[in-house]
Design a protein around this ligand. Structure first.
Ligand code: PGA
Ligand code: ZN
Length: 394
């Protein structure tokens, strides 16, 4: 496939910050792709550049691409990595590289007469399937101001029909908003469109969620993204006013898991706290998904290390962490080879691009985590799942 045209633009993301959109044309087909950005990033993520710098580098990249004929996605991504020439993509920037990789994937799907998820299933050798939806309905941590210490509280309806899941979530949100208003006198939103709760007690988020679920008789699981690296200070964890050791925190998770039947806990410890991860996976991992995100950063090296240390049994997959679609697929396949669950996820700052829904279906991921459907940048991903669901079923 010859790329005739690439146009790089700066667009606003869900927080109004600059991000990149790539428009690519080949064989008369024109496609756009845009990249999200993280707010609580893992240390081992590839490096992004300021969007303006990408505009300056774009014409050089276009010249290098002239006369190239790309057959596979791997070949295209490999070409970009060679142009970049660094191990962390800091030269061209993981965000710039990813905008091109995403656009190429979409173009390749169109030219092959496949849906994007079908192409991903083919490249990755996966059996495609609809994921569980991990709705981020209550937010805390660095995605908010004056809210709970944990970053995300998930409502995970027990259904593999995204349509049913979304209906349940929207009905929950109505009553959850009313309950928060009645209890705290205000309803504010976090980065991903979920509600905030003005309390320093992490358990309050689970309590209020459980109250609504019981009152409404909703059949659901609950889960958390603690993003514990953001709570880690001098070897301990700051939880509101309390300072906790990793053993204290482990006991706390054991209690919460019993009281709220937690289905999954993401980043329960800081990314350098391998000991904490290994302990919780040993203690709770037979019944609960212990999920790596900042720990594993969609990177085969850190995923391997996590497997050696038996630190997790599930993993978050984010294209932005590694910076190309083909390396994302490789990381997901490696994680699957250890028998882990895969959850494809959005970022703190999102765009209207719905690629991750196709990625989740194409990889046959166990989950899609795309924030709260009250924000349009999150909703489009769930709506894309609905579209795929209706096509698969008809
Ligand atoms: P981020 O957070 O995209 O802001 O890094 C999301 C997450 O931790 O899952
Ligand atoms: Zn996370």
């Amino acid at each position: 496939m010859k790329i005739n045209e690439i146009d790089i633009k700066i667009i606003p993301d869900s927080k109004g910050k600059d991000t990149l959109e790539a428009e690519m044309e080949s064989g008369g087909i024109r496609i756009t792709a845009s990249v999200p950005a993280g707010e609580s990033t893992g240390r081992n993520e590839t490096k992004v550049i300021v969007p303006k710098a990408a505009l300056e580098k774009a014409s050089w990249v276009k010249t290098q691409m002239k006369n190239q004929d790309f057959i596979t996605l791997e070949q295209f991504d490999g070409f970009l990595n060679t142009l970049d020439g660094t191990p962390d993509k800091s030269n061209l920037g993981a965000n710039f590289i990813l905008s091109l990789s995403l656009a190429f994937t979409k173009l390749l799907a169109k030219q092959s007469n496949l849906e994007v998820w079908q192409l991903i299933a083919k490249i990755s050798g996966s059996k495609p399937g609809l994921p569980l939806c991990f709705f981020n309905v209550i937010e805390g941590g660095v995605h908010t101001t004056d809210s709970l210490p944990f970053q995300e509280y998930w409502f995970i309806p027990k259904t593999n029909s995204p349509k049913e899941a979304l209906d349940k979530c929207l009905s929950l949100l109505k009553f959850l908003g009313e309950k928060i208003q009645a209890k705290y006198g205000e309803v504010k939103m976090g980065s991903e469109g979920g509600f905030t709760v003005p309390s320093k007690d992490a358990e309050d988020g689970l309590k209020i969620l459980q109250e609504v679920i019981k009152e409404r008789g909703l059949d659901t699981n609950l889960g958390l993204d603690v993003a514990a690296s953001t709570l880690f200070e001098n070897g301990s964890y700051r939880m509101g006013e309390k300072i906790m050791s990793n053993n204290d925190l482990l006991s706390y998770y054991q209690l919460l898991t019993t009281n709220y039947q937690l289905f999954a806990i993401e980043d329960p410890f800081a990314e350098e706290d391998w000991d904490g991860f290994a302990k919780i996976t040993k203690s709770l991992g037979s019944a609960t998904w212990i999920v790596g995100d900042d720990l594993t950063t969609t990177n085969p090296k850190t995923i391997k290390m996590a497997a050696e240390k038996e630190a997790v049994n599930a993993v978050i997959i984010k294209t932005t962490q590694i910076g190309t679609v083909s390396e994302t697929i490789q990381a997901a396949n490696l994680a699957k080879s250890f028998g882990w669950k895969i959850i494809v996820a959005n970022r703190g700052e999102e765009t209207m691009d719905d690629f991750i829904a196709d990625l989740a279906v194409g990889l046959g991921a166990a989950g899609l985590k795309s924030g709260c459907p009250l924000q349009k940048e999150r909703l489009v991903k769930y709506e894309r799942l609905l579209e795929i669901e209706s096509r698969i079923k008809n």
